[in-house]
Write a protein that binds this ligand. Structure first.
Ligand code: PLP
Length: 483
């Protein structure tokens, strides 16, 4: 056995590694005796503590055993044998296995096209500025929770979520969004997406009609399509979802999905009059309203309107929120504020799906909110995003006139640039991709053809200089299209 005293690997670990190697390769056979720690220490010119630590580790893992009067020996049955599964049978799987018959629900799911992740290049949208996140603080709060409350947070918790987080969220949406709710109505989910999936399963039967904004959020449509809903695309106008058009097309719809704070991806804010019109229609039609409030924290010019949930007097709004935009998407924490009579059904559905979200992350998030870090982080990001948005707007102004007409809703995490009529946004997006730019074509969010194409441009992740250079490249692409 050769030891390297200058290695970063501690000596006891080097001894452990070589003995384990010798045992698993068979050089030290099962039953072989090992020298006493004192003798081994002398042979290797290390302290006895060092050899004792190496042998203790091998014993703890089951490679060695100590028997009275026969000393330390290699175990007759090695742990590697106990942990390794027998080899599976080889052979060609049958046709039924290669092309498995899915359930009706399974077939609908498999036919969907979930959105994929893309590289962080301009103008990717929907991702917060992850380099500006207070990671050290998050790490400190996590380590504090693990040191002081590991026992309470590492077993099973309630399916509805960690109680202090539910309280912190209820307090936040009451104060910041005008919601009217108690913490018992807050169901913690794995991001907004799980909230949409659960509510679709709980409220929609196969064949039920669901209004969705067109263009709109494809992942919400996917959750409704998976349960067999008939998706009814509803157009938008300057005040948001066109309720009258919806009432004409599908008067008996069971549910309406909407993004009233800032329509996704066009950016219109639903007017106050339209909010009341939608709620009146829903009350008459006995329909549910799902309000997806994914990025309302980022407003740069005016105060937000109260959320639909807070205006609703008939208890038919389900408010979906997420921390993917305010904190980071990998956290996978979101919530649904449900009418009180639905809370029990949500808890059961969540338990059946996956019990609950990780409790340590929920507790850290609760601390982050309660100790004021959340509000502070949002304030900082609002300023940062406004600077980036202004830089993007200024750079876009320098583009050739009429090549891209930008609508600025003064809010959110992305802008929409309308292309001249007749120009295909998918074609522009392909050319932009070849130029190293990620621009999402508006038609990718639409059901059926759109009267006018557009480009969705994100800015939250990029410094002003990066945005400026990217707009120059985009300008060259748009020039090519015009010629
Ligand atoms: C309209 C809308 N709702 C919700 C979400 C958030 O989804 P999640 O919380 O599942 O990450 C997004 C993210 O892109 C979104 O665009």
């Amino acid at each position: 056995m050769r030891l390297d005293p200058n290695s970063a690997i501690p000596l006891y670990r080097q001894i452990y590694d070589s003995l384990r190697d010798a045992i698993t390769s068979g050089r030290l056979a099962p039953g072989a005796a090992l020298p006493a720690t004192r003798v081994l220490a002398q042979e290797l010119a290390v302290s006895r503590n060092t050899t004792a630590a190496a042998l203790a580790q091998l014993r703890a893992e089951g490679y060695l055993e100590v028997r009275p009067r026969s000393g330390t020996r290699v175990s007759p049955l090695l742990p590697d044998t106990l942990l390794a599964a027998p080899r599976g049978r080889a052979g060609r799987p049958s046709a039924a296995v290669r092309h498995p018959a899915l359930s009706r629900h399974g077939a609908r799911l498999a036919a969907l096209h979930p959105s994929t992740t893309s590289a962080p290049r301009p103008f990717r949208f929907g991702i917060p500025a992850l380099d500006a996140f207070p990671w050290h603080l998050w790490a400190r709060l996590t380590s504090r929770r693990l040191r002081h409350s590991a026992a309470a947070l590492t077993g099973y918790d309630r399916a509805t979520g960690f109680a202090p987080l539910r309280e912190a969220i209820a307090g936040y949406v009451r104060a910041a969004r005008g919601a009217v709710c108690a913490s018992e109505q807050v169901i913690i989910t794995s991001g907004a997406q799980q909230g949409l999936d659960l509510l679709a399963r709980l409220l929609i039967d196969e064949g039920d009609q669901v209004w969705v904004e067109n263009p709109g959020y494809p992942s919400a449509r996917a959750a409704f399509a998976a349960v067999g809903a008939r998706i009814v695309p509803i157009p938008l106008d300057a005040e948001g979802l066109d309720v009258r058009a919806g009432a004409r097309r599908a008067p008996r719809a069971r549910l309406v999905y909407t993004t009233p704070s800032r329509q996704y991806p066009v950016g219109v804010t639903m007017s106050a009059a339209r909010r009341f019109e939608l709620l009146r229609w829903a009350a008459r039609a006995d329909a549910w309203v799902v309000e997806d409030d994914y990025d309302s924290e980022f407003r740069y010019v005016s105060r937000p309107l109260a959320c639909l949930q807070g205006l609703d007097e008939s208890g038919r709004v389900l408010y979906v929120g997420t921390f993917s935009k305010t904190l980071f998407p990998g956290l996978r924490l979101g919530y649904v504020i449900v009418p009180p009579a639905l809370a029990g059904a949500f808890a059961t559905a969540r338990a059946v799906a996956d019990w609950h979200s990780p409790a340590v992350e929920q507790a850290v998030l609760a601390d982050f909110i309660r100790e004021g870090h959340f509000a502070r982080h949002i304030r900082r990001m609002r300023v940062l995003y406004q600077t980036r948005r202004d830089a993007l707007l200024a750079a876009l102004e320098a583009l050739a006139p009429n090549s891209l007409e930008v609508t600025d809703a003064g809010a959110g995490m992305q802008l929409l640039g309308w292309l001249p009529r007749g120009v295909s946004d998918r074609h522009v997006a392909e050319l932009a991709l070849a130029a190293g730019l990620d621009v999402a074509p508006l038609s990718a969010f639409a059901i059926g053809p759109l009267a006018r194409g557009g480009l969705v441009l994100g800015y939250t992740e990029f410094a002003p200089a990066v945005l400026k250079a990217a707009v120059r490249r985009l300008g060259a692409v748009l020039e090519r299209v015009r010629q």
